[in-house]
Design a protein around this ligand. Structure first.
Ligand SMILES: NC(=O)c1ccc[n+]([C@@H]2O[C@H](COP(=O)([O-])OP(=O)(O)OC[C@H]3O[C@@H](n4cnc5c(N)ncnc54)[C@H](OP(=O)(O)O)[C@@H]3O)[C@@H](O)[C@H]2O)c1
Length: 212
């Protein structure tokens, strides 16, 4: 599958590498292709272009940009290039203000998530929240002594969630589908919880598991 990844940071690179390892063709999107030269050389088979190039290229898209820039990145990608495609939304609405006692500040509220805002502006993109509640080092083939971790996902398009669940299966995750786009109000703050041990104790190696 051709995968257009909007972003050039740690998440875009980790997922790009993962898609490549699983036989997919990733293209990373950035405003500055030069910053990816080294990574592209180390990951033959991957390519890079503008946000619009990556969105046009992908049959499946990934949004992996700074939360405050998510809407701008999708605007630059172009609504027509997003239309009808599953879009994995890995972003978190982290505000520019510093964390307080290890607790990140969000620019959203508990009644309106970032993904809802994005879905409203781009109604034809089939957004699925995923990969936002774990560090980039564990996104592909997570290895924990406690067993296979759970990725919480949500989105209003069942077909898109099925596609993303297939990817998560292959990347080594168990998927918990929390329902429609509004569930992002609960899934995005998992990022706050995930980061607290990191900010307080430099403990960045963990993931969530849903027990039944
Ligand atoms: N880091 C993690 O382990 C982790 C884990 C889970 C979720 N997340 C979430 O995943 C997203 C990506 O995180 P990251 O750490 O990989 O990278 P990041 O530093 O949060 O974001 C880097 C990306 O944001 C883009 N960007 C920044 N300002 C922009 C603007 N004004 N307009 C358009 N694009 C802009 C950059 O574009 P250019 O390429 O053009 O510079 C770059 O691609 C974030 O929302 C983060 O909260 C991160």
């Amino acid at each position: 599958m051709k995968v257009g990844i909007l972003g050039s940071g740690a998440v875009a690179k980790a997922l790009g590498k993962g898609f490549l390892a699983h036989g997919h063709e990733p293209m990373l999107g950035t405003r500055d292709r030069a910053r990816l030269e080294g990574w592209l050389a180390e990951n033959p088979g991957s390519t890079a272009g503008s946000f619009a190039d990556a969105a046009r290229f992908g049959e499946l898209l990934v949004l992996a940009v700074k939360g405050t820039a998510a809407a701008d990145a999708l605007r630059a990608a172009g609504a027509a290039n997003l239309a009808g495609k599953p879009v994995i939304d890995a972003t978190n609405p982290i505000a520019d203000a510093p964390p307080v006692n290890g607790v990140l500040k969000f620019f959203t509220t508990l009644d309106e998530s970032l993904m809802e805002r994005l879905q409203r502006e781009f109604p034809d993109a089939r957004l699925v929240k995923a990969f936002n509640s774990v560090g980039n080092a564990s996104m592909v083939s997570p290895a924990f002594t406690g067993g296979k971790p759970t990725m919480f996902i949500c989105g209003s398009d069942e077909g898109a969630k099925k596609t993303v669940t297939g990817i998560l299966d292959r990347f080594g995750w168990e998927t918990a589908d929390m329902g429609a786009v509004e569930a992002a109000r609960a899934i995005e703050p998992l990022c706050m919880l995930w980061c607290i041990p990191g900010f307080l104790r430099q403990d960045w190696v963990h993931a969530f598991k849903l027990l039944r």
